[in-house]
Design a protein around this ligand. Structure first.
Ligand code: NI
Ligand code: MN
Length: 225
């Protein structure tokens, strides 16, 4: 499983040749101005919720690639009305393909489209193939529901928001990593806007003190699980 960071909460995940794009928000992110959305590959686009900073580039990418949008029912219906392909799930449900599965799990947040219309309930995804599992928490507070994940899944890594203000911050993300029983955390949802600016070195040190590893990927850089 190869994970590339496209800024904010957007990641491209390559799983045995299948390309999964998560929460595309690139053209609105000045920190990601070196990423060209025309170059991005996507067989599936996973959306955690309907907020602008997670869906801005969905339509352009889905139209070009023909990718299948996987998200909650309301979000998939929204894009279906625009003739984009999708597969709806809801909390607790797992979307399965030949190369990977993606379980839609609880998140504590909100979900409305930029025009204020209803975007269903927000979630996260647990993406698994035969060897590895990756938890993408989505925008969320730390929540006891995270304890459910290790009951069924041994995580290889987890992607957590760490920017505070709209989501959990670093201290709560450390608690979350205990709840999901995973010490390898990849940070997201920080530094894109002034309210979520953080000191990433300090954040890494706090994780290290808790015997955990926080990876801060440069935008455009990747890591392999
Ligand atoms: Ni949000
Ligand atoms: Mn967000």
């Amino acid at each position: 499983m190869n994970i590339i960071f496209y800024g904010h909460a957007c990641f491209g995940i390559e799983i045995n040749g299948t390309h999964v794009l998560v929460d595309p928000f690139i053209t609105g992110n000045p920190l990601a101005s070196h990423i060209n959305i025309e170059d991005l590959k996507a067989d599936y686009i996973l959306l955690t919720h309907a907020h602008q900073d997670h869906i801005l580039d969905v339509e352009v990418i889905a139209e070009r690639t023909g990718a299948i949008i996987v998200s909650n029912y309301e979000i998939v219906m929204h894009y279906g009305a625009k003739n984009l392909k999708g597969h709806p799930v809801n909390h607790g449900g797992t979307f399965k393909t030949e190369t990977f599965s993606a379980k839609y799990v609880n998140a504590v947040h909100t979900s409305s489209f930029p025009d204020g219309s209803y975007g269903g309930q927000p979630g996260g995804f647990v993406i698994s193939n035969e060897e590895k599992s990756l938890y993408i928490a989505g925008d969320t507070a730390v929540t006891m529901d995270m304890k459910l994940i290790p009951m069924t899944t041994k995580l290889s890594a987890a992607i957590f928001p760490i920017g505070d203000n709209f989501t959990m911050g670093v201290e709560d993300a450390i608690i979350a990593s205990n709840l999901v029983e995973c010490n390898k955390i990849i940070g997201c949802h920080f530094n894109t806007f002034p309210p979520i600016e953080i000191n990433t070195e300090e954040a890494k040190n706090k994780f290290a003190k808790a015997n955990k590893e926080l990876t801060i990927l440069e935008i455009g850089k990747s890591l392999t699980l």
